[in-house]
Design a protein around this ligand. Sequence first.
Ligand code: HEM
Length: 346
Amino acid sequence: MDTFVQWQFGRSLGSNLIEDLAERKMYFDGFFSPGPYTFWQYYFPDLARVLRTVGIYLIPRWVDTHFKAIEDWNLDKCDRAQQLLARHETLAEADQPVVFEQALKSMSEVDSKPGAYPQRMEVASDMFAHNSAAFETSGNTETYFFYEMCRNPIWQKRLREELLTLEPQLKFEQGKKYEIEDLPSSKVVDALPILHAVIVETMRLYPSVPGGQPRVVPRPCTLGSFENIPKGTIVQSYAYALHRTPEIFPDPHQWKPERWLDASPEQLTVMKKWFWPFSSGGRMCIGSNFAYYSMKFLAAGVYTNYTTTIHDHGDMELQDSYLAGPNGHRLEVKFHSNTHEDAIRY
Ligand code: HEM
């Protein structure tokens, strides 16, 4: 979340959910509170609204209070970023509100009065969609990634050997101020085969959006073996089910990164076709490239410098919901410095 919000609004307006407990609690309370009530919100918004006028709350009022807090948090960042751009100062690269600037220039105007730029709420809504979509999806994937890496030390070793070929390496030195030149190029990191295999295998087995992706049929059509589906029908598919198809992914319930490394070019083409964590088509994930970028750099940074083991965890079974993480909501990982004498040896 913090990496995405910094890219979105710039360093000076970034979030600090890692260290700021109050900000983290505010965000979590707002983000998770509507979860059990989305059925009413999505399918019967009018009913929920009308019943409210006679004092019946299908969605409790405290949900509104918590949710409004994160909407206000997002709107405040938008307003401050607009003012930052309206001052036309030269900003350091890390302070540039990259995503917001793009939205403001294409949907609104930079030079407006504070809080009064055209389409202010539309721009804020777009920004809210971005940061709320970035957070839980990448977070759950990374949780399962660390879970499986801890359970499979051989893959930590293989990954580390690959990471040590990077130039420059992602070695962490306490107190050092890192510049962009101190990092390997993102293209080179993205192309590392073992890093790619461990990340995509995590997304295959634990898709963070395993639930149905509904679409309305625009005209009568055929889907697979279903013929003449009438116009207006809602159809949906599930990454969870596609990713567990044994003919495409043998041993589908096993975390096996080697399936992505050992496949023939023909098998790989079919596997990629069935790999659906980001959906597809006009409404597919707009942040998939950023997601790969941030998850790969995180994984590369950690495993260049540390060996990890599991300290404790709750129920790791994937939740049965649209957005899903572990049922138990808890994974505690120990980091053992690779340069430290207590580093785990293989
Ligand atoms: C592992 C990480 C991620 C996964 C698995 C993921 C998955 C998805 C999926 C499945 C959808 C499609 C929903 C649908 O078809 O109804 C989606 C949409 C979206 N995602 Fe992601 N996402 C991830 C990260 C991100 C990030 C980092 C961003 C930040 C920009 C982002 C922004 C969005 C937005 C804005 C949409 C809505 C697109 C639209 O409706 O036009 N996602 N994501």
